[in-house]
Design a protein around this ligand. Structure first.
Ligand code: SF4
Length: 403
């Protein structure tokens, strides 16, 4: 087995670690050394000491989901009184609010709702692009694409092509969890997408010309080996396509979930982030997940390999449902970046720099808590939903007896 000193030298020489070398380093290297190695790689890739972030809004268009992953506290089953679908007008209002604070895109993801056919998404995307020509749609993670493919009985590449024609700009890397089928079966998310299916959607998206992100949710039932297998599979696809812009990892949030358990510690997060920077040698950008770790660990991430603070996200629903409710507006993100010794710059989804902080150009009101998809107790059914056929019995009833 190679020594930590030999592996340190190998990483410093810019050589690639295989899975067993990465495991040895992960298990045996002290956290400060892992952090130093990751920081050196970050400095090689981003010598200009800039840390980027994006202003966008994380909107969950529906919480109705048939997948029922056991780690998820966000979804509601079909027919639940707490289930919702956002109307086009509600989404336009959210975009207006996002644009007003300098936002450039919507991160749009939702449950696998059997009553939203492909045409609903196409009409929504076209309507957004008709109103906001320059606004970007970073939308529908691979399992949502697979869900639509099954619903419409069309191959996933056809779904991607149709969504691109309607206005899709990029696919978020959600739903990856851990890309090992043993883990996916234990988390009840194998049927929504196996590891191969998730990777295949990204492969098709990259071939169709989209750039996408990649994620990893750790801290459930996976082993250290499986965390590394996940990273190696992403690295292989990135070698093949070069289509990933960034990697984002966060820890499982256990509150209100069927799976339960405990949240991973901050140190585990920092070690995992640093390992990702070392293993994912062909990824340019690593985000700090302050949404799950809080601002302080988010800031420390900049010393453990991250070069991006993710999103000033305005709205968040999924992580909040599982107990994490951190909020940082642009001013707070900028303060954390500068205090860590970096220059903050706004970016777009392709990690191109858009400029200095928006809040220094305009008077933007402080945001002290993140918005939600809908007010609690608001059960209204959007009018346009009645134009689309439902698959579920509950959905059919709603179409007969609207509001
Ligand atoms: S994680 Fe996504 S797919 Fe799984 S139950 Fe929650 S909303 Fe549905």
């Amino acid at each position: 087995m190679p020594t930590i000193a030999a592996l340190t030298e190998k990483v410093r020489a810019g050589a690639r670690l295989d899975a067993s070398e990465a495991l040895t380093l992960y298990r045996s290297a002290p956290a400060p050394l892992l952090g130093r190695l990751a920081d050196e790689i970050r400095a090689r890739k981003h010598p200009e000491r800039v840390v980027t972030y994006i202003i966008d809004r994380n909107v969950n268009y529906t919480n109705v989901c048939v997948a029922k992953c056991n780690f998820c506290a966000f979804y509601r089953p079909v027919g639940s009184p707490d289930g919702y679908v956002l109307g086009f007008d509600e989404l336009f209002r959210k975009i207006d609010e996002t644009v007003a604070v300098g936002g450039v895109q919507l991160l749009l993801q939702g449950g696998h709702n059997p009553d939203l056919p492909l045409e609903w998404y196409e009409d929504l995307f076209r309507a957004v692009k008709a109103r906001y020509a320059d606004f970007k749609l970073h939308a529908l993670s691979p399992p949502e694409v697979i869900h639509l493919s099954r619903l419409a009985q069309l191959p996933a590449p056809t779904i991607i092509d149709r969504l691109i024609a309607a206005g899709l700009d990029s696919i978020p890397g959600g739903g990856a969890e851990i890309l090992v089928d043993r883990v996916r079966k234990l988390l009840h998310c194998y049927s929504k997408a196996s590891a191969d299916e998730w990777l295949d959607v990204m492969r098709h998206a990259h071939r169709a010309g989209l750039r996408t992100t990649a994620t990893m949710m750790y801290g459930t039932v996976e082993t250290d080996e499986e965390r590394i297998e996940h990273m190696v599979r992403l690295r292989e696809l990135q070698d093949e396509t070069g289509g990933f812009t960034a990697f984002i990892t966060w820890s499982y949030q256990p509150d209100h979930t069927e799976l339960g358990g405990r949240e991973a510690t901050g140190l585990d997060y920092l070690r995992t982030l640093a390992l990702a920077r070392i293993v994912l040698d062909n990824f340019d950008n690593l985000q700090a997940s302050w949404v799950t770790q809080g601002g302080k660990v988010g800031q420390l991430s900049l010393a453990y390999g991250a070069n991006d603070m993710g999103s000033v996200m305005i709205e968040e629903n999924v992580v909040r449902a599982a107990g994490a409710a951190y909020c940082m507006d642009e001013l707070e993100i900028v303060r954390n970046i500068e205090d860590a010794g970096f220059a903050p710059k706004r970016r777009n989804m392709h990690y191109e720099i858009l400029g200095d902080p928006f809040c220094r150009e305009r008077d933007v009101p402080r945001m002290l808590e993140l918005a939600t998809a809908r007010e609690d107790g608001d059960h209204h059914v959007p009018d346009e939903l009645l134009n689309y056929p439902a698959r579920s019995r509950a959905g059919k009833q709603i179409r007969i007896l609207p509001n």
